[in-house]
Design a protein around this ligand. Structure first.
Ligand code: PGA
Length: 242
């Protein structure tokens, strides 16, 4: 594991962008699994800036949106795909044929989960997954209790996740979600974990320095093929001995 601790969110975002840009320069048709939330917003802004200044092109990348709410249409303002689309997909003109989402609105969402898994495989697997960490140490919507072997599936969201996510739109958060599973995430060649703020300090320390356990889903990241953690000082404040 590589741990990079920076002073603040801006520096964290710039460092994360450097990692993603290096991959895209090396492999312009890279397959990316991307999350939403507060943690990666600065990273996506940096990538959009780089796209506009022709520093990099995202024209050939494939993007998988790793989570969605169940029962939510893609044009619903709470849609996680819609959020990712606004943040990076549309501004960087990534063609729709290279973008994959979990169809929360599908009457048979389980089939959408299976199609998502197949599409990842058909794309040759993830080159890079970008994730944040929950204050309850979830990863994606893999809440405490998730199996290391879990694949993309429908999940019931914890009350703490529902309460936390309320801040994104100040409106009701669905009780169920769809998420790439732990095993799906761990299959990536590289995982980039972003953590910012004091409220992530405890969960980050449990994930990186504690015992690997389903109670701390992010602890499974210790088994990643390659893990880079980019944290600010506040989030890293309980990481002693690393
Ligand atoms: P955040 O959410 O990036 O908005 O803090 C992360 C998460 O809950 O997984």
């Amino acid at each position: 594991m590589e741990l990079i601790v920076l002073d603040n969110y801006e520096e964290l975002s710039a460092e994360a962008a450097n990692i993603v840009k290096a991959l895209i320069r090396h492999k312009p048709d890279a397959t990316l699994g991307l999350t939403t939330g507060n943690s990666p917003i600065g990273l996506y802004r940096e990538l959009v800036r780089s796209h506009y200044s022709s520093d990099i092109s995202l024209e050939r990348v494939r993007i998988f949106c790793l989570e969605e709410y169940l029962g939510v249409q893609p044009d619903d303002r709470r849609s996680l795909f819609g959020w990712l689309n606004d943040l990076i997909i549309a501004p960087c003109a990534v063609p729709g044929s290279q973008v994959y989402r979990l169809k929360g609105e599908d009457p048979e969402p389980q089939i959408s989960c299976e199609q998502f898994e197949r599409a990842i495989k058909d794309a040759g697997g993830f080159d890079l997954v970008v994730e944040g960490i929950g204050t309850n140490a979830h990863i994606g919507f893999n809440e405490p209790g998730s199996s290391e072997h879990s694949r993309t599936r429908i999940v019931s969201l914890n009350e703490s996740t529902i309460n936390y996510n309320f801040q994104y739109w100040n409106s009701a958060v669905p009780s169920y979600g769809m998420t790439a599973g732990i095993s799906t995430l761990l299959s990536s060649k590289h995982i980039l974990l972003l953590a910012s703020g004091q409220n992530k300090a405890e969960s980050l320390a449990r994930a990186l320095t504690g015992k690997i356990s389903p109670d701390v889903p992010a602890s499974y990241l210790q088994r990643s093929r390659r893990l880079t953690v980019v944290a600010d000082r506040d989030a890293a404040s309980q990481l002693s001995g690393l």
